[in-house]
Design a protein around this ligand. Structure first.
Ligand code: HEC
Ligand code: HEC
Length: 203
């Protein structure tokens, strides 16, 4: 006999690889890659090891339109509630070793992006990314997702989405305020910074 939790994870893995009951709930692996780490070139995000609660919230937000995306909206809408829980459970249970960003603020300043990540910029009311996203930007609980391990191109599209208002699912406009305070070249630098960390993690 297998336990309920193990059964849910098996069901979740099946959805990840083959899709849900509805044909519109396409197989996740096609875009998010076999290991769930996303792809840099297409900007598909990492899902493996993200907290279950965060993943469920994002799928709900695509459905409700708080987060607008033409690819994910129909897929999220085609998943049943139990399929959503099962696939999020499976992805959250994957133990992914992604080395965190070195969080020591005394060893920052290598470039503008690293400075923003570790120290922020108080003259513009921008807290450091590690203040919310945790030591090493490895994430904190269900609310603050990891940034390290995400494709750099995906980091940039999300900051742009907050600036243009197609993503407005963050509590109290926490990310909206930050994204609107950043310049185009800072977003480019942050994207390159996270891309180089993800490349290191794959070696
Ligand atoms: C055809 C490609 C494609 C398929 C198939 C696909 N996704 Fe996505 N997914 C995307 C894209 C593109 C984004 C980024 C959307 C954005 O920019 O807001 C995304 C984003 C997400 C996010 C948000 C991640 C984050 O860090 O906030 C979740 C969760 C997600 N997808 C889950 C799934 C699940 C579960 C499946 C399978 C049932 C799936 N996706 C299938 C393309 C796809
Ligand atoms: C005041 C807290 C706070 C700070 C500081 C902060 N973030 Fe966030 N960030 C959040 C929250 C909350 C979310 C999740 C929003 C949601 O529920 O979708 C988030 C999500 C994100 C995402 C989307 C991740 C994903 O998987 O889709 C990116 C990218 C991001 N933050 C980048 C940054 C960067 C870069 C910095 C530093 C310049 C930063 N954040 C600083 C609170 C913060």
């Amino acid at each position: 006999m297998i336990s309920c939790a193990a059964h849910a994870e098996l069901q979740g893995q099946k959805i990840y690889v083959n899709g849900g009951e509805s044909p519109a709930a396409m197989a996740c692996t096609t875009c998010h890659s076999a290991n769930g780490m996303g792809t840099e070139s297409a900007g598909f995000p990492r899902l493996a090891g993200l907290p279950q609660g965060y993943l469920i919230k994002q799928l709900d937000d695509f459905r409700s339109g708080k987060r607008v995306n033409a690819v994910m909206q129909p897929i999220a809408s085609a998943l049943t509630d139990s399929e959503t829980r099962a696939v999020a459970d499976y992805l959250g249970s994957l133990n992914i070793a992604v080395p965190g960003v070195d969080s020591d603020p005394t060893r920052s300043n290598a470039n503008a992006a690293e400075k923003l990540v570790k120290q922020g910029d108080w003259s513009r009311n921008i807290p450091s990314c590690v203040a919310c996203h945790g030591m090493g930007t490895s994430g904190v609980g269900d609310s603050f997702p990891p940034l390290v391990g995400q494709p750099g191109s995906y980091i940039a599209t999300q900051l742009d989405a907050w600036r243009s208002g197609t993503r407005k699912n963050d509590p109290n406009d926490l990310m909206g305020h930050i994204a609107r305070s950043l310049s185009d070249s800072e977003i480019k630098d942050l994207s390159a910074y996270f891309a180089s960390l993800s490349a290191e993690a794959k070696q």
